[in-house]
Ligand binder design. Sequence first.
Ligand code: EPZ
Length: 419
Amino acid sequence: MDKLLITGGIPLEGEIRISGAKNAALPILAATLLADGPVKVGNIPHLQDITTTMELLGRMGVELVVDERMNIEVDCSTIRELFAPYELVKSMRASILVLGPMLARFGEAVVSLPGGCAIGSRPVNLHIEGLVKMGADVHVEGGYIHAKARRLKATRLVMDLVTVTGTENLMMAATLAEGTTVIENAAREPEVVDLANCLNAMGAKINGAGSNTIAVEGVDGLSGTHYDVLPDRIESGTYLAAAAITGGHVRIKDTQPRMLEAVIEKLREAGARVEVGDRWIDLDMKGCRPRAINIRTSPYPAFPTDMQAQFTTLNVVAEGAATISETVFENRFMHVHELRRMGADIQLEGNTAVTRGVERLTAAPVMATDLRASASLVLAGLVAEGDTVVERIYHIDRGYESIEEKLAKLGARIRRVPA
Ligand code: EPZ
């Protein structure tokens, strides 16, 4: 397994481009199953999770054409298998996103239950309950979800919890249902809005995406379209955090500042000077040490759980003490144990971490456990004294396109060491 070798102590300087959003590309690729004609999706990031999704669609008999700029044209008219196997779903939980579209378009679906995950049990009960309320016959057997429905029926769904992919799965299923479905307590993430925009470009009739009440008027069919995925707000936040942690000055381009308001607010609270344009964000922390800031994760538009690990790293080298509360997932502090090995002072009390900033972290061999935890360890390596080795970086390759190239462009001393 590849490793990343990082020599710390260099403030990041310069400008990088942000890639398309993984968490918008995944549901949009699943949504292509709903279309009667080819769907061309652009601005897709070159990531392992995208490759896994293409493999899943390909296994189902869907035609995929990829060009050198990672535009993917999907034509599901040749589909032959309405089946998502465990071997693929276990490597990418977001495969569950084919359930809703497959059921709505083809009337049946057999999808492996996603297994456990490092950051929490992450059940999909709300996805299944929603489909049952829409008239699907669903049973779970042998680790697989077996679903059938001649035609889904619209209904009013009140989500027990805010679930991003749950909202996305049910919104996709509702596009071809009979009548108008209303999803209450819907997720408001920008990726949900991007999916809704793409579905509407295919002929769906969705209103309210981005609010907590989404209305979907069912139609008889959806057509092909060309849609470019929005920029990745978590990649954006990760590089801004890296600039703040290393006391540097970085501009990120091709992003959307309004998606990052909660994150920018916290970076300013930490002492960073942040300026924004319509598609760029400039963070200057030159020569300053960040101030520790209290963080509490919540569904969008509040502070994102996917930025929690990166801000834990900021806090452990910041001035002062702070608390970080993780309210979305039950086990999303694995990075804490690795950061402690680098000299961080963190106490864990239930779903809250209490950090006391230290002047300097020291390099150590550390191990990535999940996507965003691995990003936090890379950020720690950028500021630690000495050479940090981050192992199991296949986690990173799932969600950060060309991370060592982008960081090296900003002056970091980082290289991939093949296993
Ligand atoms: C999406 O995961 C993202 N993944 C995650 O990003 C992100 O961390 C998460 O939303 C929260 O923002 C994609 O979009 C592909 P949830 P998702 O359903 O949809 C519980 C990353 O780093 N829940 O919003 O799986 C669940 O256990 C990844 O890019 C149920 O109990 O998350 C969790 O505690 C990590 N039953 C909470 O809701 C359900 O049926 C929120 O989960 C569904 C969810």
